[in-house]
Write a protein of this length. Sequence first.
Lengths: 110, 114
Amino acid sequence: DAKTTQPNSMESNEEEPVHLPCNHSTISGTDYIHWYRQLPSQGPEYVIHGLTSNVNNRMASLAIAEDRKSSTLILHRATLRDAAVYYCIRRTYAGNMLTFGGGTRLMVKP
Amino acid sequence: EPEVTQTPSHQVTQMGQEVILRCVPISNHLYFYWYRQILGQKVEFLVSFYNNEISEKSEIFDDQFSVERPDGSNFTLKIRSTKLEDSAMYFCASRGDGLNTEAFFGQGTRLTVV
């Protein structure tokens, strides 16, 4: 089971940063934190993942709390195209499938 | 950029009929998956496939479902006798070697059972 908690929805203004929180208080030491998003009428899309250190890529940044019980996905400048459902997923070290929860529906206002 | 391709994009079938959903995973990937999403609900794992056999399956993946990689490029999901509740978006995904590589999803096949 997913064992992560996310707000159901969030709103952001276009071109402003967005911080999407995720709580995973029961995470084990070898679980990775993955983020995927699902744009309307599309399949899920990989965003970023990390274990302990903060991570950056071209899409986003992932800030992981020191105790690893929570993390935050950061979109530095939200665009209308970033409106999607964002899923925070715990994945075991050798994990095979992804277990999706309800995610956070991000709405971006022009 | 390589992508996972699914066909058809939309399939309508009569209840009780067999359907085959097709997927072409990314060519050098080793792990293959099917997920489904009933309208308005979560994305649910169905089955994973590695080294020409099922490696994991969920409770949803009962005897009515089967998967096959017939020719080294295609990956198919067959539903033997469709039910109304099988109506959903079906997503194929693949990932490469390595313990934490990301999964790439196709655009999905919308299955409507009438």
